[in-house]
Write a protein that binds this ligand. Sequence first.
Ligand code: AHM
Ligand code: MG
Length: 335
Amino acid sequence: MPKNISLTRYLVEQQRVDGSIPAQLRLLLEVVARACKSISMAVNKGALGGVLGSADSENVQGEVQKKLDIISNEVLIEANEWGGHLAAMASEEMDSIHLVPSRYPQGEYLLLFDPLDGSSNIDVNVSIGTIFSVLRKPDDHPGVQEADFLQAGAKQVAAGYCVYGPSTTLVLTVGGGVAMFTLDREQGSFVLTQENVQIPADTKEFAINMSNMRHWDAPVKRYVDECLAGKEGPRGKDFNMRWIASMVADVHRILTRGGIFMYPWDKREPEKAGKLRLMYEANPMAWLVEQAGGAATNGKQRILDLQPTKLHERVAVFLGSKNEVERVTAYHTGG
Ligand code: AHM
Ligand code: MG
């Protein structure tokens, strides 16, 4: 891999190779990256920036918002409003869609994001991140409505996340594999540090919030029990467990060295399909994982095939190393 390829150069060259990143999409991705850079700075300042702690407000899902949740949401909106590449945005932190103000030109894309995922880790200096998904606005009518966002994950034209950890890393797919870019703080730019990311099909590492075990369904219990039984059990090997409680950081580990991440439906709130949100958490992560050779299901179906019915819809998530995701899915479907 040639040295010092910036995100801009990567996007321009990718467009030359397969035409997958037209100018508006390139601008969009560069603007998202710039916003992530500024969120990274705010996260990095921590207590010195006066940005830690709760904001005394709740989002549409009834969760208490942290100051940094709100700041990150504003950074992404302000950065993306004026460029002419977007028609509208949707966010975990906003009840309804955010239209591009009429004083700016309207673009052909829709951007969805979880501005700062892993809220419980913000104040304790553990990795958190931004997740984003890009769709094309249907061109059969003028204006934008919430219904325009309700497209299956398979329709995404770009997806990615930025993890704010010991280093800040932007991970991206436009459908031709997964690339990782590390923020060079001295140069102020994202530099390509890995191309063609591949998740090994097998793994000995699983990630799940074990404190919910008593609320799980039988297939999830069976899968985890078999992992815990180790060498002496039906799997014949010892497993290790990791749970960071930031989906971004858990998925980043899986893209880096394999593993399976699970956030299943559970009996705590049986009317909800899961904890995680389909459109701006599960879909982008599912596409990244598939692009890296892994798999992603809701226990029964491929996540990317699910037809969303509402913006903030929730979903059960099983993603990562292919053979493990297929196994736990087969435990659900009886296959
Ligand atoms: P958030 O978007 O409000 O931060 O919630 C999503 C997060 C995920 O990052 C993580 O996988 C999960 O919630 C952690 O949940 P738990 O509290 O069960 O550990
Ligand atoms: Mg989230």
